[in-house]
Ligand binder design. Structure first.
Ligand code: CTP
Length: 415
C-alpha cells in the first residue's frame, strides 16, 4: 500500500458546509488521508465531532487553546505551521466570500487563514455563496488575485441556491472537487507556491546585432520557452526579472520586464540584476557574433557585401563566475546533432548547475513551436523532459531546479 497523502480540508461558515462531509468521505475513498480545519463560523453550522469521527483526527480551528472548541487539545503556537508543512494540499469547501476576501488580502486571524499563508502546498478553493455575492466585483477581483497567485478555483455551478435564488454560486459537485484535488496532485508544480521569497532572473528571446540602422543579424527564437518559465515562476510565487530580447509576446503579468536588443544590452542588464537572483535561467538565444563595424547609415545595394563578424561575450560564463555561492544557474542549449553528447560537453564547458538541451532539428518542437522536448542535464543525472507544451515543460524545469537545489543542500548538510 503506498503511503496515504495527507490532505487538509478547510471548512468555512456557509450553508454548504455540510457538503464538506461528503467531500471528506470521497477523499478517503480516493485513498487520501483527510484532516479537517474549521473556521469558527463553520462550527456554527456543523459539529467538529462529525469530522473527527469520520477522519479519526483532531479537528483544528483556533490558534488558542481556550476556545479550541470540541477539538480541545493543548495550545501549540506552531500547530498551523506544522499543518501547513505536512499537508499535500489544502482544499477549502465551501470557500465563502468573506474567506476568499481574507485569503486575497493576507488576513490571518484564525487557524485556517494563518495556515493558508504558511503553506507552500497547492491550494484549491470550492466557492459557494449567493449569486449576487458571487458576481460582485469585489469577490471576482479577489478570486482573480488568488488565481494569479496559483490558487485553483473549482468553479461553482448554477442552480437552486439555499437563499431561494437561482443562479451561479452553487458549490461544485463533491466528486468534481475530489477530482480537482487528485488532478492537482498529479501536476503539483502548476499550483504550488514553492518559489515564494525567491528572485528568479530569466532571459528570453533572440538578441539582434545591428548591420546598419535598419537591418540586423538575428535568430529564430520566439521567446516562448523563456516567457513560459517567467509566467510559471511568477505563478509559483517568485519575484521574476525577465530580461527579454525582442519577441512578439506580451510580458506575463506581475513580472518585471527589462527589454534589451543586443548581446551587450542583455549582458549589462543581467549582470546588473544578478546579485538579486537566487535562480538564473538563461533561456535566451544569444548571438555568438556581432557585426564588427555596423554602418551608421543605411547600406545601399552595390554588388557583393562582406560583413565582418566578431565574437560576443559569453554571458552565461560570466554569470557562473560572478554569482553568489547560493545562486543556482541553468543554461539552455539548442542542438541539431548528437544532442546529448553536445549537451553534456556544454554543461561542463559552461560550468552551470544544469543545462536544458533540446533537439531543434525537427519542426514539431523547439523554435517557434508551442511544444518542446529535451533533457535536463546535471553533472550527475540525465532527466528526460518528455514532449509537452512549453508551459508544462516550464513547470517540469522549475521542479527539477528546486529538486537539484534541495539535493545539493542535503549533501552539504550531510558533509
Ligand atoms: N549564451 C550566452 N552568451 C552567449 C551565447 C550563449 O549566455 N554569447 C548562453 C545561452 O543563453 C544558453 C547557453 O549559453 O543558455 C548555450 O547557448 P549556445 O548558443 O547553445 O552555446 P554556445 O556557447 O554558443 O555554444 P555553440 O555555439 O558552440 O554550440
Amino acid at each position: 500500500m503506498p503511503e496515504q497523502l495527507k490532505i487538509t480540508v478547510g471548512v468555512a461558515g456557509g450553508i454548504a458546509a455540510y457538503k464538506a462531509v461528503e467531500v471528506v468521505r470521497q477523499l478517503q475513498d480516493a485513498g487520501f488521508d483527510p484532516h479537517v480545519v474549521m473556521t469558527s463560523a463553520a462550527e456554527r453550522f456543523l459539529q467538529p465531532l462529525t469530522f473527527a469521527a469520520i477522519t479519526g483526527h483532531k479537528v483544528l480551528s483556533s490558534l488558542w487553546s481556550e476556545d479550541a472548541g470540541a477539538s480541545g487539545g493543548e495550545f501549540s503556537g506552531i500547530d498551523h505551521i506544522n499543518e501547513a508543512q505536512t499537508t499535500s494540499a489544502l482544499v477549502i469547501v465551501p470557500a465563502t466570500a468573506d474567506l476568499i476576501a481574507k485569503l486575497a488580502h493576507g488576513i490571518a486571524d484564525d487557524f485556517l487563514t494563518t495556515m493558508y499563508l504558511a503553506t507552500t502546498a497547492p491550494v484549491i478553493l470550492a466557492p459557494a455563496m449567493n449569486v449576487n455575492m458571487w458576481l460582485h466585483p469585489a469577490t471576482q477581483a479577489n478570486l482573480e488575485t488568488l488565481r494569479e497567485r496559483g490558487v485553483r478555483i473549482v468553479e461553482p455551478g448554477a442552480g437552486y441556491l439555499a437563499c431561494g435564488m437561482v443562479g451561479g454560486g452553487r458549490l461544485a459537485e463533491e466528486s468534481t472537487i475530489v477530482a480537482a484535488v487528485s488532478e492537482t496532485l498529479a501536476n503539483p508544480g502548476a499550483y504550488r507556491s514553492d518559489l515564494t521569497g525567491e528572485t528568479v532572473l530569466i532571459t528570453a528571446g533572440g538578441t539582434r546585432e545591428p548591420i546598419d540602422p535598419v537591418r540586423y543579424v538575428g535568430n529564430r527564437s520566439s521567446g516562448k520557452m523563456g516567457y513560459a518559465l517567467a509566467a510559471k515562476a511568477r505563478r509559483r510565487g517568485a519575484r521574476v526579472l525577465l530580461v527579454s530580447a525582442p519577441t512578439a509576446l506580451e510580458a506575463p503579468a506581475g513580472c518585471e520586464l527589462l527589454s534589451v536588443i543586443t548581446v551587450e544590452e542583455m549582458r549589462s542588464a543581467v549582470l546588473d540584476r544578478l546579485p538579486e537572483a537566487s535562480l538564473v535561467i538563461m533561456a535566451a538565444a544569444v548571438s555568438d557574433y556581432r557585426v564588427a563595424r555596423p554602418a551608421s547609415e543605411k547600406l545601399r545595394r552595390k554588388g557583393p557585401l562582406t560583413l565582418e563578424l566578431e565574437p560576443t561575450e559569453d554571458i552565461l560564463r560570466e554569470i557562473v563566475e560572478r554569482r553568489a555561492s547560493g545562486t543556482t544557474v541553468i543554461g539552455f542549449a539548442a542542438e541539431t546533432e548528437q544532442v546529448l553528447d553536445n549537451g553534456r560537453a556544454k554543461l561542463e564547458r559552461k560550468g552551470v548547475d544544469a543545462l536544458v538541451v533540446n533537439d531543434v532539428s525537427g519542426t514539431e518542437t523547439g523554435f517557434d513551436s508551442d511544444r518542446n522536448a529535451g533533457w535536463f542535464l546535471t553533472p550527475g543525472e540525465t532527466i528526460e523532459l518528455p514532449e509537452s507544451t512549453k508551459t508544462a515543460m516550464a513547470d517540469r524545469i522549475l521542479d527539477h531546479a528546486l529538486a537539484l537545489r534541495m539535493h545539493r543542500y542535503e549533501m552539504k548538510q550531510a558533509n
